[in-house]
Design a protein around this ligand. Structure first.
Ligand code: ZN
Length: 316
């Protein structure tokens, strides 16, 4: 049977679940015409998984539903080749998880493919830090401010801009490599706190911080815990947060290209010394920024920095 015939048959069995191999990096053998590939550093908490679908006929829409979240996919200008990023939150328990690829064919017929992601255990280190007591037990009159700021961040990360603003690979915002502190369980002044959801780059105060990819600045403000903070919305539910800046040049509402300076390294807020805290959220999941850099560097082909903006499907 040819691929086209398989495809027509798929249309007849609308929304049939097609079980593909969950083997990372393998293609979806046995699928009726649609080939699925994935790439990740590892399938573990805090990692980004890149997935691509190649279809013999154009699709109008494709997205992945996994971990009770939605991850939008984006097409090339033919609608035959789609890519997307799936985030595995850093507190995901090991186990087998279903990824549903939900799409729509040109004639409006729904499409559903199912794939399994087997998340392996990851052991994060525990780090004991000494910080000013006011950051461990804030004064009661500060609690309202802290609650409002955390609600503001929650609302930002929960919103999905229905357009992809980033292109190609992500670059590190400051020179050098970060300490591998992503996901570490923090104990501040002997009190356990939520896991560290960013990568810390140690750099002198005043080092320029560059946008790791294009996007829109949705927050540039002084927050209690993260000090001077800038958040870039890269679109499609992908966000970068930069904390502890000595100052920022970015303005809320500003569109920034990759490598535009948005601020400077500092030690404002709850910091033990000058460093850049870079956190990434992908459809609400807390993922390692280095995983995002690695996965896109390995899979980016035609979508290189500076390449023409790919055409988006009309309903995006
Ligand atoms: Zn940090």
């Amino acid at each position: 049977m040819t691929k086209i015939n398989c495809w027509r048959r798929l249309g007849a069995v609308t929304a049939a679940a097609l079980f593909l191999s969950g083997n990372p990096s393998s293609s979806g053998q046995g699928s009726p015409g649609i080939e699925i590939k994935q790439h990740a550093r590892s399938v573990q908490p805090g990692e980004v998984v890149w997935m691509e679908a190649r279809s013999p006929q154009p699709l109008k829409k494709l997205e992945a539903a996994a971990f009770k979240r939605v991850f939008p996919f984006y097409p090339d200008n033919t609608g035959l080749h789609w890519e997307g990023l799936i985030g595995i939150d850093l507190e995901t328990s090991p186990g087998a998880y279903t990824v549903e690829l939900l799409g729509m064919q040109d004639d409006g017929t729904a499409l559903k493919l199912t794939r399994t992601l087997t998340v392996k255990e990851k052991r994060f280190v525990t780090r004991h830090l000494k910080v000013e007591e006011k950051y461990v037990t804030p004064r009661p009159e500060l609690l309202e401010r802290i609650r409002e700021e955390s609600e503001r961040l929650r609302r930002i990360f929960a919103s999905v801009t229905p357009e992809r603003l980033w292109r190609g690979a992500f670059v590190a915002p400051v020179p050098g490599s970060p300490s591998s502190s992503f996901g570490s369980r923090s104990v501040l002044n002997d009190q356990p706190r939520s896991p560290h959801s960013g990568a810390d780059f140690h750099a002198p105060t005043g080092t320029p911080v560059k946008a790791p990819n294009a996007g829109k600045v949705v927050l540039a403000a002084e927050l209690y815990y993260s000090g001077n903070t800038v958040i870039i919305d890269h679109g499609f539910g992908l966000y970068s947060l930069f904390g502890h800046l000595s100052g920022f040049t970015a303005k809320e509402g500003e569109e920034v290209p990759r490598t535009k300076v948005i601020g400077y390294v500092g030690d404002t807020g709850r910091a033990t010394g000058p460093h850049l805290h870079w956190a990434v959220r992908l459809s609400g999941t807390r993922v390692d920024p280095l995983s995002l850099i690695a996965v896109l560097a390995a899979t980016t082909t035609t979508d290189k920095p500076g390449a023409a903006k790919p055409q988006q499907a009309n309903d995006k």
